[in-house]
Design a protein around this ligand. Structure first.
Ligand SMILES: [Cu+2]
Length: 202
């Protein structure tokens, strides 16, 4: 191998390494309450600064089972569809009065013919006209980079391209309703971040 070819090989390898790192940046986020107790079901998401986010092409699902919505908290990118299959023998009447999406699926069994499109960022609170205790939340975000914290209060955003983001968190039980807490995030390699939220006792 000539010196010239060798240099080309080395710089290609470095370039490949750099792009692998740039494409594989994971961000680990930890969410607790002010006392330091892990908070599950927090929605965390990273909005690219100064760049349009890639568009979604996903259909989610919120089931009704044993007179409960499953899951309690969903997060989708704006422009996503959600199906609302009823797995119970009783009929449900799903509705939302939330400004981010006002809709109703009148008394039905089985699977509705069409999913519902959520095209605006914000929070949607779901209820059932027949069963007052049924409650669920959909947080709609303008980015494909989102996750929910698990029981240990941890979430991971995978494969973020390098760059600047606004990292945001939302939890349904924050003292101030619909409070979104945010911090700057500069993704260079794998990163971590943490949030402490004021939530109501549950
Ligand atoms: Cu119901």
């Amino acid at each position: 191998m000539s010196l010239h070819k060798h240099q080309v090989f080395v710089s290609s390898a470095l370039f490949l390494l750099a792009s692998l790192q740039a494409n594989a940046a994971d961000v680990t986020i930890s969410v607790t309450d002010v006392a330091g107790t892990a908070l599950a079901n927090a929605v965390v998401y990273a909005e690219p600064v100064g760049k349009a986010a890639p568009k979604p092409n996903t259909t989610g699902m919120i089931e009704q089972k044993n007179k409960q919505f499953i899951p309690l908290v969903s997060v989708v990118q704006s422009g996503s569809n959600i199906n609302f299959p009823n797995r119970d023998l009783v009929r449900h009447h799903v509705y939302s009065f939330s400004p981010a999406k006002t809709f109703e699926l009148k008394l039905y069994s089985g699977i509705p013919a069409n999913p519902v499109m959520f095209d605006k960022a914000g929070t949607v609170v779901l209820g059932c006209n027949i069963h007052d205790t049924m409650l669920a939340y959909i947080h709609i975000v303008d980015t494909p980079y989102f996750a929910k914290t698990d029981d240990s209060g941890k979430a991971k955003l995978s494969d973020l391209p390098a760059g600047q983001y606004q990292l945001k968190v939302w939890h349904y039980a924050t003292l101030k309703e619909n409070l979104i807490t945010e911090q700057n995030l500069n993704v260079k390699g794998s990163e971590s971040a943490s949030f402490k939220l004021e939530v109501q006792n549950k």
